[in-house]
Write a protein that binds this ligand. Structure first.
Ligand code: HEM
Length: 563
């Protein structure tokens, strides 16, 4: 924080008497940036310049008394400057004007999804060698530790919404690797509702509160999903007992999307990532909700659990596993490995352990380390690649785009988002650029800058053509096999709870016969006993109107090819 030294009569005397003398008392040098005030309030403004900060001016609460944002002393922080003791207030009351104007702007827009979340920091440690699969720095040797920050979240509610709702949970990790930041932005449930990012805004609108009254009636979800047979697999998680994680410490994580791993010879494997909690999994049944809600009137059941555990030095940990598929084998599989509505069967593609994630530090500043924390699946590092998964492909665009709007174009310079490895770019400008990067050569190439390019490294340059431009669904949709198999894997009590929740969703007076007919068609194709249980629970005439819908109807509902 700039500070004012005064009262003083002569600027030169001020500088000599105060600036130089007091400089010795602090760990840094200081520079005078101006003179303020009149008469006995006259003083000089100077900034602390911390060694090693590339000349950045550092603003922090280091002054001996209250000041304005610009370092002017505040002698009275309670009363407005008024005409007489009863007012009105004078516009020249800069001190309070600044205080209120700063408050007026102190929130950045909340995330459009995953608005409520909890953050913790720690490290990732490699436990098993996968260098034959990836040359990423983060996996380079067993025992290697990389700093990380994690943000867990609920998805559909606004920033103050309860954390005990039936909703997917976000599980996003930023690895500060020596070759740049890697963001692995996943969820707790290993599959997703849709397989093409073209439908994501509609999905989010249908699941989030109504634009009319901000209520969240189930019929909007039932309506939207009735046009998405590929969502049935996700429904078998969301309406199952695992649909409400008890907290963030006792839940799984998954990349959901398919990425690729690239080794130093350029060999490429498709890969999915999974997180398994060492503390085990815990979920809330419907009858537990009331108790949890009563105990956490602010809805913070999961955030407070995480914070309290770390504060008590009960550090949660997860093991990272990968599943891999050779891309050339992928065409022979019964399912498409680029389809995020599918899991890869573990008996065919075993989970392979990679490392351990430990959270041993709570975040100390919610705004700076949670609200301003910015993830993007596009942020990968050498040795890791994207895949052609059509959901992932749109995610690669959406996140940096939203960060530039939500935080600003220089969001990457904020300490929580900045890489911990050296950087060299031509970026100098843009709003709130704090890098203080100087020099005339902010372009490339130049005779005046000697910075070499990085040595080339293997990337996935496999062929994607020849092909036509199309808007279509993937060939192997198989919307129901895995969803049906999952329902059959539940014991009968668990099946009954699933049926009850699903029937409740479909029993709303707003859910039309047409919506139920589409659902019944899908349930029939998943498992006939599931269909008949839901049918008798929902009752006629709704469930009676359930003609089996043919593939053409389902194709068009997921985006049949258009001219
Ligand atoms: C095309 C599909 C998708 C789009 C367009 C999309 C878009 C977004 C956007 C705009 C945000 C807010 C980011 C922010 O403001 O910081 C977000 C957050 C998030 N998304 Fe997605 N999303 C998609 C699919 C998914 C999928 C499939 C997953 C799970 C694998 C996922 C997981 C997350 C998580 C965990 C966050 C919260 C990150 C944080 O904690 O800051 N999203 N998404």
């Amino acid at each position: 924080m700039p500070q004012v030294v005064g009262p003083l009569l002569h600027e030169r005397d001020m500088y000599l008497a105060w600036s130089l003398k007091r400089s010795k008392a602090v760990n840094g040098s200081r520079c005078v940036v101006g003179v303020v005030g009149k008469g006995h309030l006259r003083g000089v403004l100077y900034h602390l310049v911390t060694p090693g900060s590339s000349g950045n001016l550092r603003f922090s609460n280091n002054g001996p008394f209250f000041t304005t944002n610009f370092g002017v002393p505040i002698a009275n922080n309670n009363a407005s400057l008024t005409v007489g003791s009863r007012g009105p207030v004078l516009l020249e009351d800069y001190q309070i004007l600044e205080k209120i104007a700063t408050f007026d702007r102190e929130k950045i827009p909340e995330r459009v999804v995953h608005a409520r979340g909890a953050v913790a920091k720690g490290y990732f440690e490699v436990t098993d060698d996968i260098t034959a699969l990836s040359f990423a720095d983060v996996f380079s040797e067993v025992g290697k530790k990389t700093d990380i920050i994690v943000r867990f979240s609920v998805v559909t509610g606004p920033s103050g919404s309860p954390e005990w709702l039936r909703d997917p949970r976000g599980f996003a990790i930023k690895f500060y690797t020596q070759q740049g930041n890697w963001d692995l932005v996943g969820n707790n449930i290993p599959v997703f509702f849709i397989r093409d990012g073209a439908q994501f805004p509609d999905l989010a609108h249908a699941l989030k509160p109504s634009p009319v009254n901000h209520l969240s009636p189930g019929w909007r979800t039932a309506d939207f999903l009735s046009y998405h047979p590929e969502s049935m697999h996700m429904v078998t998680y969301l309406l199952d007992d695992v649909g409400i994680p008890a907290d963030y410490r006792h839940m799984n994580g998954s990349s959901v999307n398919t990425y690729s791993l690239i080794n130093k010879s350029g060999g490429v494997n498709l890969a999915k990532f999974r997180w398994v909690p060492s503390q085990g999994e815990k979920y809330l049944l419907d009858e537990d909700i009331g108790k949890v809600a009563m105990a956490h009137p602010d809805g913070s059941s999961a955030s407070s659990d995480l914070y309290t555990a770390i504060d008590a030095k009960e550090y949660p940990e997860w093991y990272l596993y990968i599943q891999t598929i050779d891309p050339s084998a992928s065409t022979t599989l019964a399912f498409d490995p680029l389809d995020p509505t599918k899991v890869w069967p573990e008996e065919q593609f075993p989970m392979r352990r990679v490392g351990k994630l430990v959270l041993n530090q709570n975040a100390g500043n919610f705004h700076n380390e949670n609200e301003q924390l910015a993830f993007s699946p596009a942020h990968i590092v050498p040795g890791i690649g994207y895949s052609d998964d059509k959901l992932l492909q749109w995610r690669l665009v959406a996140y940096d785009d939203t960060q530039r709007y939500r935080i600003g174009p220089n969001f990457g310079l904020l300490p929580v988002n900045a890489p911990r490895c050296p950087v060299y770019t031509t970026r100098q400008d843009g709003p709130l650029n704090s890098a203080n990067q100087t020099g005339a050569v902010n372009y490339y190439p130049s005779d005046f800058a000697s910075q070499p390019l990085a040595a080339p490294y293997p990337v996935d340059n496999s062929s994607v053509g020849p092909a036509m431009r199309v808007r279509t669904v993937i060939d192997k949709t198989d919307n129901f096999s895995q969803a049906g198999a999952r329902f059959r894997s539940f014991d009968s009590a668990r099946q009954a709870r699933f049926v009850k929740r699903l029937s409740g969703l479909l029993s709303s007076p707003m859910v039309t016969d047409g919506i139920v007919a589409r659902w019944m068609s899908y349930l029939q194709q998943m498992d006939s006993s599931l269909a008949s249980q839901v049918s008798s629970s929902v009752g006629s005439p709704k469930a009676a109107a359930s003609p089996a819908l043919g593939p053409a109807v389902m194709q068009s509902s997921t985006g049949r090819r258009m001219a």
